[in-house]
Write a protein that binds this ligand. Structure first.
Ligand SMILES: [Zn+2]
Length: 168
């Protein structure tokens, strides 16, 4: 059995774990929210490459499922990082929309004009836009705070270079 973590993990978060899904997206993981109320759906998810994550006790012993014990989202993040050894992954932080899970596209500062508050436009760098909901993300104080929390439980450091691939 290979324990080598793949570069792309596909998470299927149960409906009660929406906040954890957002945190995983902040880290750059593909984190979808699925209703795992039917245990019969789980084997197909696993064979399709998903890692189902749930707090349902009836799925506790199901093969391939990550059972989460903690109540609070950040503790859950810490738990899943520890259980799956995600420390070894090198996720691309802040590369996904936390709302839709879509991969963000780097955009120029000019393209961010009008889409972000004025003070952000003046001071921020590294603008990225969601192709689904058009939300614009940038490197700023909010991201810095999230990063500090993430760094408190991992050894990841922020990738500072912006990718300039302009989208699909
Ligand atoms: Zn979005």
């Amino acid at each position: 059995m290979s324990s080598e973590p793949g570069p792309e993990k596909l998470f299927a978060l149960d409906v009660m774990l929406g906040k954890l899904a957002k945190w995983l997206r902040v880290l750059g993981f593909d984190a979808r929210v699925k209703n795992l109320s039917d245990p019969g759906d789980v084997p197909l998810l696993v064979s399709s490459g998903f890692i189902p994550v749930t707090r349902r006790e009836k799925l506790m012993q199901t093969r391939g499922v990550v059972f989460i014990e903690n109540d609070r989202a950040f503790a859950q993040l810490k738990e899943i990082i520890s259980k799956l050894g995600l420390y070894k992954s090198s996720p691309r932080m802040f590369s996904r929309c936390t709302v839709c899970n879509a991969a963000l596209n780097a955009i120029s500062k000019e393209d961010a004009f009008g889409g972000v508050p004025d003070f952000v436009f003046e001071t921020a760098t590294d603008f990225r836009k969601c192709p689904e909901c058009s939300r614009i993300y940038w490197a700023g104080t909010h991201r810095k705070r999230m990063l500090e929390r993430i760094e408190s439980i991992t050894e990841w450091k922020q990738e500072t270079e912006g990718r300039n691939d302009g989208g699909e």
